[in-house]
Design a protein around this ligand. Structure first.
Ligand SMILES: [Zn+2]
Length: 221
C-alpha cells in the first residue's frame, strides 16, 4: 500500500520537471551562432602579419585609390604642407578639386568608423583599412551615399558620398579634403600621426566594375 501511495507523487514530480526541462532545449541552438560573430570590436588589435611592414610599406601595398571619381593620382595637388590658420598649423591633408556632386570613393577597402559633422570639415566620414592601421578622413562632403552607416564594410572604390563645400570650404570651390592618419586610438582617430597620401595614391578614382584606367585593372584593348 505504501509504494502505491507514493506513485502519484512521483508522477507529479515528473510532470513538474517536464516543463522546466523543455525551455533548456533552445540553449544548444543559441550557442550555435556564436562563431558567426567575426566582426572585431573597434579596439581589436590589427592582424599580426601587416605589422611586419613599416607604415609606408603597408600603405604602398594597399595601392590606395584617389578618392574622387575620375581623378588620376598625378592630378592630386601637393597641398599637404600648406599653411592654415595664418600659419598656426599645416594642412596635413590634400584638397582634391572636383565638381559639386562628384562621387567620393573609398580609398581602400575597410570599414566606416564614424559619420560626423563639424564646423571645419562639414559633413565628414572616418573610415579605416582592413587591418585598422590607418584612418581615412573625408571632409566637406555635399552628402553621404545612401545606405552608408557606421560600421559598414566598404570596398575600395565604393561611393561614400559626394564632393561639396560643407564646413569651412569656400562655397565656390567644391573639393574633397582627404586626410590619412595612423590609427592609434579607437576614440580619437584624428589624433594619429598624419601621412601625406600622395605617394601612396596608386589608382585612378573609379567605382568597382567601371575602371578603365586603373593600373591594377588591366583593360583589354
Ligand atoms: Zn583641406
Amino acid at each position: 500500500m505504501r509504494a502505491l501511495h507514493f506513485l502519484p507523487a512521483l508522477a507529479l514530480v515528473t510532470a513538474a520537471c517536464g516543463p522546466a526541462i523543455r525551455p533548456l532545449g533552445p540553449i544548444a541552438p543559441v550557442r550555435a551562432p556564436m562563431p558567426e560573430l567575426p566582426e572585431p570590436p573597434a579596439e581589436s588589435p590589427p592582424p599580426a602579419a601587416p605589422l611586419a611592414l613599416t607604415d609606408e610599406e603597408y600603405l604602398e601595398r594597399r595601392a590606395l585609390m584617389v578618392p574622387v571619381e575620375g581623378v588620376r593620382p598625378e592630378k592630386v595637388p601637393d597641398t599637404y604642407w600648406q599653411p592654415r590658420d595664418g600659419g598656426a598649423r599645416t594642412h596635413q591633408a590634400v584638397d582634391i578639386l572636383a565638381k559639386r556632386g562628384t562621387p567620393v570613393l573609398s580609398a581602400d577597402s575597410g570599414t566606416v568608423l564614424r559619420l560626423s559633422k563639424n564646423t571645419l570639415g562639414g559633413i565628414t566620414i572616418y573610415a579605416t583599412d582592413p587591418a585598422r592601421r590607418f584612418v581615412f578622413y573625408y571632409a566637406h562632403l555635399d552628402g553621404y551615399a545612401s545606405g552608408l552607416f557606421e560600421g559598414k564594410p566598404v570596398a575600395q572604390g565604393e561611393v561614400l558620398g559626394y564632393v561639396g563645400t560643407t564646413g569651412n570650404a569656400p562655397k565656390n570651390t567644391p573639393h574633397l579634403h582627404f586626410q590619412v592618419m595612423r590609427y592609434v586610438d579607437a576614440r580619437q582617430w584624428w589624433n594619429g600621426p598624419p601621412f601625406d597620401p600622395r605617394p601612396f595614391l596608386a589608382q585612378v578614382g573609379a567605382q568597382p566594375g567601371t575602371s578603365r584606367t586603373a593600373a591594377a585593372v588591366p583593360e583589354q584593348q
